[in-house]
Design a protein around this ligand. Sequence first.
Ligand code: ATP
Ligand code: MG
Length: 423
Amino acid sequence: MAFKAIRGFKDILPDESPDWVLVEDTARAFFASCGLQEIRTPVLEKTAVFTRGIGEHTDIVEKEMYTFQDRNGDSLSLRPEATAGILRSVIEHKLHANTSVLQLFTMGPMFRHERPQKGRLRQFHQIDVEYLGTDSPLSDAEVIWLAWNIVSYLASGELRLEINSLGCPECRPLHRKDLDIYLQNNGQQLCDDCRRRAKTNPLRVFDCKNQECRKLLLTAPLMKHYLCPGCAQHLGLVLDTLEAFNIPFVQNPYLVRGLDYYVRTTFEIISLELGAQSTVAAGGRYDGLIKDLGGPDIPGVGMAIGVERLLLLLEERQGVEPVDLFVAMLGKDARTELLPFIAELRNRDISVRYSFDDKSLKAQMKAADKAAARFCLIVGQDEIDRDIAILRDMDSKEQREIELDSVVQEVQKLIFHEKDIEP
Ligand code: ATP
Ligand code: MG
């Protein structure tokens, strides 16, 4: 019986990997430009890290986590997002102690038990940023700047940055009170999910995709009318900074996020090309969370890019990296002579492949084609006897003889010339 990968879990195959490398390298370049540091935390944590760090009454914790008991009876979960684990690590290792602001990023797989479909997997990947230790609106704007730049650098098609403020513990309760009353009075029109949300986490009702619920919410009280002066000023400064950075945005007063802890700034980058799963990146501010997780009372803001969704939008597919040189060797003497040269060329940053088996010249040339080799060296007993090698340009199909002793220099010269590298 042949095995298959689990539903919603996907292999990233060799011809797809170059696209992933491009996305990761692009993100790293932007992160370096802002002086971020990389952190890598385990994919498995105690379940409580997520129930506390994401919130009991969120879709993720209520119905999407991969949770199980390990052999000691501890409840563990695969991480559904990166923030909670990073905060656990920052607190555990006191990373915040020696620095005023921590600017962290991570990349890796996340796990959610959702219905697999286009742009929605059970193992998916995020590129994640967390800025800890500042409540300055400039930090919100920088996090958004990073998300916007990475996504718009790579993605084709129209993108929209939507932004909203969720208020803070000062002003949110006033909105919540009026929203509660509104939902109580109109509850009979809500879907089953929203009736439950109305009791546990009313803001989440704004996230419902159901048309009836959406219609009802058009006349619901909106947070933007309740913002305290501090929150209103914060939002204004974030928007001013985005304008200074030349990033276009629209304010969406209906935008809320899945995490319980979000305060003030919340944002999404949406692609108009993606259909139902259109949010490529999302994030926001979570000032009370670090303290709630047992850490110091420092504020934070972060974002996550969904890599699979970004890949659906990639402007141009990356080809598999060709190899510089293929060495076709016939006979034992050819191998003995050529293997040291192969090692030397590889030391000089030239990629070389050769056939591990004693195959015919025809089979080896076929392998050279498959490897998309730029040049090929052909050496059989006849060439060894004459102290030469045949060098073939795989594009022009031209062949010439070179002295065996000068193989390394000749090949290096050609490849460096080709790649425009100073010798
Ligand atoms: P959605 O509304 O699509 O369920 P979300 O609010 O649950 O998204 P976040 O928790 O904010 O998403 O995660 C940030 C990003 O990670 C999303 O915008 C999306 O690009 C990506 N993402 C989230 N869940 C999945 C998934 N199951 N498969 C693929 N990508 C995902
Ligand atoms: Mg979701």
